[in-house]
Design a protein around this ligand. Structure first.
Ligand code: TPP
Ligand code: MG
Length: 410
């Protein structure tokens, strides 16, 4: 019988805290290949259970199995591996550059490389991502120059955004990467609005919204789902569940809903969960969702189940709130190791070639870094002009800004 009397307030708590033994035994993981692949025209009511399972392609033996397998050629997979390795190498160098005082701030993707790298390959040119700060793989996998990213990280004279953005908040219309807003969840309403505009103007381009587990607690997330579902906007709604929102565990934003994907069910949106550390599964699900958007079947919500192995940012110390070895216990493994093992299993890759590729990629990253540093770093060398901060916001500069610019003498 239900207890009566004194009311109790509930605050979800993570299973383990620093000093404890990591335990993910309560994370239910579907067998690779076991989740069916419905037709894109499927009635959302018939696939509600997919919001509670996990689509996986790569099994423990490194084989690609089940109905979501077989979409990518060996060459495409080798390219995908290279993109993820490049992002990891880039991250390591830039994290180090931050520690050396060459930039003020950095955010890594460690453990989450498959999500953005594989997703980019499911989009077409002209489609628009509304990313957060943890999707630089969208740029790397689309061939955006690393040196341009570094110029921005260093806020140097060649910074394409001229020092007006946070170091890692890139922007490239040509590469379908909308300027990142630090205000989380705004990406969702912007993406849905952009997608609606694309449909209103009878264009063929789709949008992709990005959000983290923690940020789904923002009301913008929910408002965006209302518009996306009512107007069947051509948008893919991505939720990256990396288990943490800085020091807050995912159970706070998830509440009692069961999964983040399940949030979409109340809106009648087809909602899928996918193994975010499985390059093949991420790509296959992204492709399915993108196709639905392109065929006017409306939005799809995709939850990528992954783990943030690194710190939240260069300003964060995760040992204060989670066990040090927690990432080793994460049951879905490492995205690079898993794709590497798959390619070895297919006979198109080897440990030797992998080690050699690592060295080559590091050289390319270092060469880009040298080039960027010739244009300056945070406290050395060339800087954007103070005049630049007055430009590029208004089509016509308002009088008060013109006066300020004159006062600054730039
Ligand atoms: C609207 C808003 N509230 C708070 C913040 C501060 N903030 C920056 S990152 C972050 C955690 C976000 O976690 P999550 O959404 O899970 O994304 P992750 O960093 O794990 O990729 C918070 C609270 C912000 N940038 N914007
Ligand atoms: Mg998170």
């Amino acid at each position: 019988m239900a207890e009566t009397g004194m009311l109790r307030f509930h605050v979800p708590e993570p299973e383990v805290r620093p000093g404890g033994t990591p335990d993910f035994s309560d994370v239910t993981i579907a067998k690779a290949g076991s989740v069916p692949r419905p037709e894109i025209e499927v009635d959302p009511r018939d696939i509600r259970d997919m919001a509670f399972s996990i689509i996986r392609v790569l099994n423990r033996a490194g084989e690609a199995v089940g109905p979501w397998a077989g979409l990518l050629s060996d060459d495409e997979l080798l390219e995908g591996l290279r993109h993820m390795m490049t992002l990891r190498s880039f991250d390591a160098r830039m994290q180090m550059a931050q520690r050396q005082g060459k930039t003020s701030f950095y955010m890594q993707h460690l453990g989450e490389e498959a999500v953005s790298c594989a997703f980019r390959k499911a989009l077409a040119s002209g489609d628009m991502n509304f990313p957060t700060y943890r999707q630089a793989g969208l740029l790397i996998a689309d061939g955006y120059p690393m040196v341009t990213m570094m110029n921005q990280i260093y806020s140097n004279e060649a910074d394409p955004l001229k020092g007006r953005q946070l170091p890692i908040m890139y922007s490239s219309k040509e590469h379908g990467f909308f300027s990142i807003s630090g205000n989380l969840a705004t990406q969702y309403i912007q993406a849905v609005g952009w997608a609606m505009a694309s449909a209103i103007s009878n264009d063929s381009k789709i949008a992709a919204a990005w959000i983290g587990d923690g940020s789904t607690a923002e009301s913008d997330f929910h408002s965006a789902l209302v518009f996306a579902s009512t107007y069947k906007a051509p948008v893919v709604l991505n939720v990256v569940n990396n288990q943490w929102a800085i020091s807050t565990f995912q159970g706070i934003a998830r509440g009692g809903s069961g999964t983040f994907a399940a949030r979409g069910l109340g809106f009648g949106i087809p909602s899928l969960r996918v193994d975010g550390n499985d390059y093949l599964a991420v790509h296959a699900v992204a492709k399915w969702a993108a196709e639905r958007a392109r065929k006017n079947l409306g939005p799809t919500l995709v939850e990528y189940v992954t783990y943030r192995v690194g710190a939240h940012s260069s300003s964060d110390d995760p040992s204060a709130y989670r066990p040090k070895a927690e990432s080793d216990a994460w049951p879905l493994g490492d995205p690079i190791v898993r794709l590497k093992n798959h390619l070895i299993q297919r006979g198109v890759w080897s440990d030797e070639r992998h080690t050699q590729a690592e060295a080559e990629i590091l050289e390319t990253v270092i060469a880009a870094q040298r080039e960027a540093e010739r244009h300056g770093t945070l406290h050395a060398g060339g800087k954007p002009s103070a005049r630049d901060m007055f430009e590029g916001v208004y089509a016509e500069m308002p009088p008060h800004l013109r006066r300020q610019r004159q006062q600054a003498g730039v």
